[in-house]
Design a protein around this ligand. Structure first.
Ligand SMILES: [Zn+2]
Length: 310
């Protein structure tokens, strides 16, 4: 059986006993273990190679955090967007340095990397590119040391002192990686949506919700808001609004548009009864159509789980 995402063989394959909804569980050395619904399989075959690669990277990175993704037609575009496109190939070098630094507790320890299987972890194109990247980091940049073992298919890597300095630098510049920006109508009637659903779901996933809207002027977009959207790792947008503006106010649409333009992943939510009222141009997006705070908290937590930083 071939893996549904990367088409590589062999992949473990079994109907998911725990779900009544016809999910299939795949286990792939490259893409990790994930579940997929049958109607998603047909959608996958229509993806461009680049989108497929980004989906593979999202799935594998989630699996490395022991998080098994569920692929449904609704979530597909969100999971692809969860993997930012590489600005330059050196983004992958930084990802490898961060990965190594986060996984060793002592200087002499090493981390095993199998390029042919592990390349999606660093958003590299394939095993060949990852091998080249490791060579570059060891021989040229001297940030990584592979002297412990290097056989054809497997390397034992650790950071050099220069690599640790780079790791520190990356950690500092990434300090907003746990920031989530919340765009919503901050009206007292919607306070439970933030306090009982959005904030606890973000907290549980290790994100700090940015509540700037609460202390700023409501519905006014200023430079501080734009700067915070630029620095956040994810934006949660709830479009629920009052009777005169069902389907969301202009400010929320603006903030979401700005985030999408910057490549910040967006999670779309709205109370179920207002879903038909959202702006026509946004109906293609996978809204979480929640019924109450409890429902939103649970479904939001599921979706955020796919996005945790490494
Ligand atoms: Zn695969």
């Amino acid at each position: 059986m071939k893996c549904a995402i990367c088409n590589a063989e062999p992949a473990g394959y079994e109907p998911d006993a725990a779900s009544a909804s016809m999910l299939i569980r795949y286990r792939c050395q490259r893409c990790g273990t994930y579940r997929i619904s049958r109607d998603t399989l047909t959608q996958l075959s229509a993806l461009s190679p680049d989108d497929r690669r980004r989906l593979q990277a999202t799935a594998r990175q989630a699996w490395s955090r022991k998080n098994e993704l569920t692929l449904t037609p609704n979530d597909l575009s969100f999971l692809i967007a969860g993997q930012p496109p590489r600005r330059t190939p050196m983004d992958s070098a930084d990802a490898l340095v961060l990965y190594l630094g986060a996984r060793v507790a002592a200087l002499h320890q090493t981390v095993t990397i199998t390029p042919g299987e592990d390349f999606p972890l660093f958003n590299t194109l394939d095993g060949t590119e990852l091998e080249y990247l490791i060579r570059l980091l060891t021989k040229e940049l001297k940030l990584v040391d592979d002297s412990a073992l290097h056989i054809a298919t497997r390397c034992e890597l650790r950071l050099t002192p220069a690599g640790w300095a780079r790791y520190d630098e990356l950690r500092r510049s990434n300090r907003q990686a746990d920031r989530a920006f919340v765009a919503m109508w901050f009206d007292p009637t919607l306070a439970p949506v933030f306090d009982e659903a959005i904030a606890p779901a973000l907290d549980a996933a290790g994100y700090r919700p940015d509540r700037i809207d609460r202390v700023h002027f409501p519905n006014k977009i200023d430079d501080e808001i734009l700067a915070r959207i630029k620095r956040c790792a994810v934006l949660v947008a709830d479009f629920t609004s009052e009777r005169d503006h069902p389907g969301g106010r202009g400010g929320v649409y603006f903030e979401v548009g700005y985030a999408l333009g910057l490549g910040v992943p967006v999670i779309w939510t709205i109370r179920k009864d207002q879903l038909p009222k959202v702006h026509f141009d946004t109906r293609q997006y996978p809204f979480i159509d929640w019924s109450d705070a409890e429902d939103l908290k649970k479904r939001l937590a599921d979706r955020i789980g796919a996005l945790l930083p490494q």
